[in-house]
Design a protein around this ligand. Structure first.
Ligand code: GAF
Length: 412
């Protein structure tokens, strides 16, 4: 079965430097590298944009960007400009002037480069001068695979731009800049979770994040008997297709009807009373169900943290299944393939719990399993997913990795 490995820093550096030399033979050597991880969310889905709680961990799989001075004259009145090559799409290099980087700026290059254009624009908006650069991207975070490759790219960019401009930013600042890039350049009205965990992840721990205050608490995942397995359904989701935004609007409508600032402040009693009085609108709009998911999911996150700290994995697993069921039936963001993956995990002895992770409509599941049952889980998933869904999954076991950071380049 295809599995995804995270590479050693040394191997990543080798790949990045080689690609840089090949892509920009006249630009010397890369002088800066920055890496940022993808993420998997253990529990707390669609709560971030409701000012609620989430419990993600950064993956050990990273997106890495290698940057050097550009010595090539742009021929554009010497305006500063960037050239970028991605290892995943070497035939689609991007080139743009570091001016007028608005999303409507007439950019005809590849769509992935908009994350970089967008992040450069955030720096320019703060009055910082960004010099010309050449860059290559080397990634071990699957694209569109529900583990936030775009947030990882945004955070890696933010770190290298900090390095070349000297702009001081906190992990939250960086995350908010990335969130703005998602909103404006990718058209996804996302919350803050993905960018923040990629920016601030703590090696060896999941992070409880209060998305209202942005306070965090590291929850160590240091029990060798417990393993987190991520399974990619290999069904691609597109959060930009409007479903994500519709869920977000439904939550805002529910909060406004209950007279609270956000669903973080709403109680089950308030929700029931609004429903009884008919204030939540037509049943087919499902405002009740959407709000119910968020209110209960926030409680589940806090209970799950307690369970994890007590090493009560059975309790944690039960909360994962409950979260999944609510995402499936109340929030309606699951799909057949993801439900099949959760159902398969449930059948394997040694599995504590499993659920959809991320925005939904495909993507990945996250499963908590006893270390001695990992192989059996992987075998079952490989066989049964093909049988029941007609597709092959991609699985990986990930240790909680560190957040975005510069990497030291050693040239051979
Ligand atoms: C996507 C979004 F980008 C996050 O902000 C979050 O809302 C998540 O879906 C659902 O929990 O990954």
């Amino acid at each position: 079965m295809p599995t995804l490995e995270s590479t050693s820093t040394e191997a990543l550096l080798k790949r990045g430097i080689a690609l840089y030399r090949e892509s920009f033979p006249n630009s010397g050597e890369p002088t800066i590298a920055a890496a940022a991880p993808g993420r998997v969310n253990l529990i707390g889905e669609h709560t971030d944009y409701n000012e609620g709680f989430v419990l993600p961990m950064a993956l050990s799989n990273r997106e890495t960007i290698f940057v050097g001075n550009s010595f090539v004259d742009s021929g554009l009145g010497n305006l500063p400009r960037a050239r970028v090559v991605s290892e995943l799409r070497p035939q689609e290099p991007a080139e743009f002037v570091l001016r007028d980087l608005s999303p409507e700026g007439g950019f005809s290059g590849p769509a992935w480069a908009n994350y970089i254009r967008g992040m450069v624009a955030q720096f320019l908006e703060r009055g910082v001068r960004v010099p010309s650069f050449d860059a290559v991207i080397v990634s071990e975070v699957p694209l569109g695979g529900g583990v936030s490759s775009s947030a990882a790219l945004e955070m890696a960019c933010a770190v290298f731009l900090q390095e070349i401009t000297g702009l001081a930013l906190s992990a939250v600042d960086r995350a908010r800049m990335g969130q703005r890039v998602e909103h404006v350049y990718a058209g996804v009205p996302s919350g803050i979770m993905d960018q923040f965990i990629s920016s601030a992840g703590v090696a060896g721990s999941a992070l409880l994040i209060d998305c209202r205050t942005m306070d965090t608490r590291a929850i160590p995942l240091d029990d060798p008997d417990m393993v987190i397995v991520v399974v990619n359904s290999n069904v691609k989701h597109s959060l930009a297709d409007g479903e994500y935004g519709r869920r977000r609007k439904a939550c805002e409508q529910a909060a406004a009807t209950m007279g609270v600032a956000s669903l973080r402040d709403a109680t089950r009693e308030q929700l029931e009373s609004c429903r009884a009085s008919g204030a939540l609108g037509a049943p087919e709009d499902k405002i009740y169900e959407r709000a119910l998911h968020v209110i209960e999911e926030n409680h589940r996150v806090l209970e799950a943290v307690k369970a994890l700290e007590e090493r009560n994995y059975t309790r944690f697993g039960k909360l994962m299944y409950e979260s999944h069921e609510s995402l499936r039936s109340n929030y309606e963001v699951s799909c057949k393939e993801i439900d099949i993956l959760v159902e398969i995990a449930r059948e394997v002895p040694g599995v504590y719990g499993s659920r959809l992770t991320g925005g939904g409509f495909g993507g990945c599941t996250v499963t908590l399993v006893r270390a001695d049952s990992v192989q059996s889980l992987l075998k079952h998933v490989e066989l049964l997913y093909l049988e029941r869904a007609g597709r092959s999954p991609t699985c990986f076991v990930s240790q909680p990795g560190a957040g975005a950071r510069p990497l030291e380049i050693q040239l051979a």
